[in-house]
Design a protein around this ligand. Structure first.
Ligand SMILES: C=CC1=C(C)c2cc3[nH]c(cc4nc(cc5[nH]c(cc1n2)c(C)c5CCC(=O)O)C(CCC(=O)O)=C4C)c(C)c3C=C
Ligand SMILES: [Fe+2]
Ligand SMILES: [Fe+2]
Length: 340
């Protein structure tokens, strides 16, 4: 909408105003599955002091001298195994979620998406919403569970952009939705349908969340508790008495102790203890990504089968499916109350 009140002089520039924006944000991903792109991405991601809480004087030499010279090649290989025609799965799915949400919310709201690390950047997308006349913006980090390394760093990045604006929009932030009935019901419905569609009946359902250094729990980060609560509520909502539900944490990084039990160790231990049929789901990820498609679906299967398992399935995230989008629309509409 272009607003040009009568009282403004004719030479006054037109001002777009009156719209509402929604910015969906996820973690970010390399531009291509090659070592150069992965290195650029990891340099930004792992330099975030919310992600690696080691003083930069100590951490940067380790990052620049060792990690960025070894990890990009290995990670690029992992990315190349899951890359799609539309690019990185995380980027493609997040874009799809944004256009599906736009279709559901209609003209009254402008929906865009951004990545915390890499592109499209939070700053550019906030600016684009402002340029489209959005005076009120809902920032929606697509992390069900809050942590300093997820939700908080998205808010920090948005605040960096706002700090440089003369004319700021009003900002709301989607709260973590780890225990929201909309989220639990969506997970139970979607995972329940995926379990029913399998050609085997799993003995165990592993709920694998991304790990964090254990120290963050003792420092007061609610992430671990929120993961546990999601798992507990989801198990109750699934209501499958014959199915044993086990919660684990994946993607250990670095030397510090991470949250336990670890997904890879548990897959191996379950198979060695006699579990033959297992399904794994990742209720901490709103979109499939390297961590679910490579670490769980490819490497997880290898680990489980090598240790004696016979049937393995990695279940999909909510992604841009009907169930997940109905949940997201519900969460977003609730946060837009009074604006819409
Ligand atoms: C879902 C929440 C996430 C938390 C919490 C999290 C913490 C965290 N991650 C690392 C290190 C890496 N993570 C990597 C990939 C990655 N991480 C998340 C989400 C969370 N991370 C996602 C969605 C992805 C996938 C991105 C994609 O492109 O698909 C990687 C990169 C891949 C690799 O080299 O293994 C690293 C490294 C730390 C240190 C951390 C702790 C706070
Ligand atoms: Fe991560
Ligand atoms: Fe990983």
């Amino acid at each position: 909408m272009t607003w040009q009140p009568q009282s403004l002089p004719a030479e006054h520039p037109p001002v777009k105003s009156g719209s509402i924006g929604v910015l969906l944000v996820n973690l970010g991903t390399p531009d291509a599955p090659d070592a150069r792109s992965v290195k650029r991405y990891l340099a930004e991601f792992l330099s975030d002091r919310r992600v690696v809480e080691i003083p930069p004087l100590v951490w940067q030499p380790i990052l620049r001298g060792i990690i960025l010279n070894t990890r990009p090649k290995k990670s690029a290989h992992a990315y190349s195994q899951v890359w799609t025609e539309r690019g990185s799965p995380l980027a493609a799915i997040t874009a799809e979620q944004a256009s599906a949400l736009q279709a559901r919310l209609g003209e009254a709201v402008r929906v865009r998406h951004a990545m915390r690390y890499g592109r499209p950047s939070i700053g550019d997308e906030l600016q684009a919403l402002m340029d489209e006349g959005c005076e009120r913006i809902l920032l929606a980090p697509l992390y069900p569970q809050y942590s300093g390394a997820t939700t908080a760093t998205v808010v920090d990045k948005a605040a960096d952009k706002l700090r440089a604006m003369r004319w700021q929009p009003a900002l709301r932030i989607l709260p973590p939705y780890h225990d929201d009935p909309l989220h639990i019901d969506a997970l139970a419905t979607d995972l329940g349908a995926q379990l029913d569609a399998l050609d085997f009946v799993p003995e165990v359902l592993l709920l694998s969340f991304h790990g964090m250094p254990e120290r963050t729990l003792h420092l007061g980060d609610p992430y671990h508790c929120q993961c546990r609560k999601t798992a507990r509520l989801l198990e109750a909502a699934l209501s499958r008495p014959g199915l044993r539900v086990v919660t684990t944490f994946q993607s250990r990084f670095g030397r510090a102790k991470w949250l336990e039990p670890a997904t890879d160790d548990t897959l191996e231990a379950e198979a060695r203890a006699g579990t033959r049929r297992l399904a794994v789901a990742a209720p901490g990820f709103s979109a499939d990504c390297l961590e679910t498609l490579e670490e769980l679906a490819i490497r997880g299967r290898e680990q489980f089968v090598e240790a004696g398992g016979t049937h393995y399935a990695a279940l999909a995230c909510l992604n841009a499916g009907e169930v997940g989008m109905t949940m997201l629309e519900g969460l977003v509409r609730r946060e837009l109350a009074g604006w819409l």
